[in-house]
Design a protein around this ligand. Structure first.
Ligand code: SF4
Ligand code: SF4
Length: 205
């Protein structure tokens, strides 16, 4: 698909606004209650299968605000080319939050991995890891539509950093070391072009 973005890393176009978009310094569910998880998420079919393979383990770590009937956990699968398998499966919302969000604002999928000394994102869907970034129509960009609903990280007075600075660990995980290095170089390029533009505007005044 043709789009306005020039840079591609590992088959994904990069929207330069990820480098400058204002954001909080770090996520803190004690402040935000994990409200980005109130609407559920689309998982890839393979992620759905991985989650279902540990359903008994998940149930053990759920609290009384969560539904333990696995039939209620996911929506019907649907075709979606932004997912590796070509099929997306949405998580359901229960008690006003994703079925996997506990009442303290923690994701049970991440919680069980940490409790079992596994890699923390072993069961967590990629789209949850990436938010406030998203891959939309082949472009890594800001999920501004979802971000607009947030009451903490979308408030100007709390945005003392950028999405890029807040999601370095996630981006390194997504692209791997080599891809992340390429992303860093591209960021330098973009920021230096921005600076040149600013100087041009200043001198034209
Ligand atoms: S993205 Fe926003 S709402 Fe979600 S955990 Fe981070 S600060 Fe909280
Ligand atoms: S799967 Fe976990 S991180 Fe993703 S929306 Fe649900 S609770 Fe949040």
């Amino acid at each position: 698909m043709q789009n306005k973005f020039e840079k591609k890393i590992d088959g994904v176009f990069i929207d330069p606004q990820i480098f400058t978009y204002p954001f909080v310094k770090a996520c803190d569910v004690c402040i935000c209650s994990g409200e980005c998880c109130y609407y559920g998420v689309y998982t890839d079919l393979t992620e759905y299968e991985k989650i279902m393979s540990v359903r008994e383990r998940i149930i053990k770590s759920m609290d009384d605000s969560q539904i333990k009937d696995v039939v209620e956990w996911f929506e019907e699968p649907e075709k979606d080319p932004d997912f590796d398998s070509g099929v997306a499966v949405g998580t359901e919302v229960y008690n006003g939050k994703c079925v996997f969000l506990d009442k303290q604002g923690f994701c049970t999928l991440q919680k069980i991995a940490m409790e079992d000394n596994e890699f923390k994102w072993k069961y967590k869907p990629l789209y949850c890891i990436l938010f406030p970034l998203v891959i939309f129509e082949g472009v890594l960009t800001v999920d501004d539509e979802h971000l607009d609903r947030m009451h903490y990280c979308n408030k100007r007075e709390n945005q003392v950093s950028t999405i890029f600075d807040c999601t370095k660990e996630e981006l390194r995980y997504f692209f791997g070391e080599k891809g992340f290095e390429e992303l860093l170089q591209y960021r330098e390029e973009c920021l230096s072009n921005l600076k040149k533009e600013e100087i041009k505007i200043e001198t034209a005044k």
